[in-house]
Design a protein around this ligand. Structure first.
Ligand code: SF4
Ligand code: SF4
Length: 237
């Protein structure tokens, strides 16, 4: 009797469990779906702005980027993901300037550390959140970031300097020549004066060397009688 009772009790528990499960399933039939239906939902997909998907150069409305090809990002990249090549261009004013030729970025080796972005002095780089970067080959992951054609430099060339008035030019020339002639004449006069002073200085030098010799001669002559006097004095004693 007890076994029949246990049997119906287990059947009742099973039915209750089935109804509970069916209730959960039935509820999910009518609640809104939360699963992302990718790729059908591309148009409505919401990716966080801070998601780091791909490095790019920032472009303004005119198509200019701010990179000055300083190479700091390349130096700071820990695994050689960035390779820059530069070129020299001539500006409208005739000066030469180093500019970016190619900015190559290998997405396949990027660790998304963002060191390049944070150290760029021009704030020329940023990460986009475009996460669809799957390719069939590794080579396709190497990208040129300055892909847009460089807009023409529309800054006007500096105006040529106005030619100098010929009369003014001749006056300046004459003044310069007069000044040079004056300096030359002063130099020649100074050289003549120095040459004239040189023999006089030599003579005075000779005189000054002879005088002490004569003086010493007098002193010797004066000393001789003194010695003789001393000898005579000794003999008398
Ligand atoms: S992106 Fe920035 S750091 Fe890198 S070369 Fe250009 S200006 Fe320099
Ligand atoms: S995010 Fe890091 S690894 Fe990637 S290019 Fe920049 S510095 Fe190199």
């Amino acid at each position: 009797m007890s076994s029949i009772k246990e049997y119906f009790s287990e059947v009742g528990k099973g039915l209750k469990s089935l109804v509970t499960g069916m209730a959960v399933t039935g509820k999910e039939f009518v609640t809104p779906k939360v699963t992302e239906q990718y790729p059908e939902n591309r148009a409505t997909l919401n990716i966080a702005d801070r998601f780091r998907a791909e490095l790019t150069l920032k472009y303004d409305a005119q198509g200019h980027h701010k990179c000055i090809a300083c190479g700091i990002c390349q130096m700071n990249c820990p695994n050689g993901t960035i390779q820059l090549t530069t070129k020299m261009v001539e500006l409208p004013d005739g000066k030469k300037k180093r500019k970016l030729d190619k900015y190559m970025y290998d997405l396949g080796s990027c660790t998304f550390c963002m060191l390049c972005v944070t150290t760029c002095p021009q704030d020329a780089l940023e990460f986009t959140n475009d996460f669809e970067q799957a390719t069939f080959t590794r080579g396709a992951l190497i990208k040129q970031l300055n892909y847009r054609p460089e807009p023409k430099d529309d800054s006007p060339a500096p105006a040529p300097k106005p030619a100098m008035d010929p009369e003014k030019l001749a006056k300046i020339k004459a003044e310069a020549l007069a000044k040079a002639a004056k300096i030359k004449a002063e130099k020649e006069a100074a050289a003549k004066a120095a040459a004239a002073q040189t023999p006089a200085a030599a003579e005075s030098k000779t005189e000054s060397t002879e005088k002490p010799a004569q003086a010493s001669g007098v002193a010797t002559q004066d000393a001789k009688p003194a010695t003789e006097n001393t000898k005579e004095e000794n003999k008398e004693n």
